[in-house]
Design a protein around this ligand. Sequence first.
Ligand code: PAF
Length: 276
Amino acid sequence: MTHLVRGRQELAAARKVLPGSVGLVPTMGALHKGHLANIRQAKARCESVVVSIFVNPMQFERADDLERYPRRLADDLAVCEAEGVDVVWAPGVPDVYPNGPAQVWVTAGELADQLEGPNRPGHFDGVLTVVSKLFARVAPDRAFFGEKDYQQLTLVRRLVADLDTDVEIIGVPTVREADGLALSSRNVFLSTEERRQALVLITALRTGRDAAGNASAVLEAAGTVLAAAEGVDVHYLELRDPQLGRAPASGPARLLVAASVGATRLIDNLAVELTG
Ligand code: PAF
């Protein structure tokens, strides 16, 4: 049975009696199939699983976005129960920030000024700050993050490497609809026509990947697909190395795209092998 805990002391008591290796799946709730994939990976790789559900005010730039963020604890708990999660930690803001808003933050560095960063100033600092706090409270052996938010995953990997945090970070492949659309809580905002138009993101990424040439060939193939798309405002199409540094001449790379379809901003990414 899943144990719901709220306060820090309650969490500490529940954590103390968890057997074996502990996997943490950090979430902001409103769990969907993407979260389920993370939970299932955690179940497969750890003896005990903790899911945290916390809508972190420090990673929202706009108060109305924070307010509007869906909160569905009863449904989320039922999902966690069905998946055999051991502990759900759903703290309130004072449980996570008992001294009020943090004065000392984790700063994400120059990677936060690129890709998603300019669109969301301060967002990644807020994410890394809360993730550090979740790690400190839960003390997991492993933590699970979706590859869909590839920049977040990459920054969390840097966080544990740069700050010597003893947590293994596991990236979980993006969950897709049958037609390839990446699952996102934002997909519900798409009209039927916009949902059809949104497929151009994965089509472009797959076309780039399948071009299987050097960086220019991949970018040109993917860019041609995006340029022909109607109703899609492309924010960026970028090819990087797997750590989001400069794309290599050959070998593993990551192709990333962000675009607005109607009023909805979508992101997606795919692994690519450059052949030089
Ligand atoms: O990806 C999310 O849901 C959030 O950014 C995270 C990692 C739970 C931190 O609040």
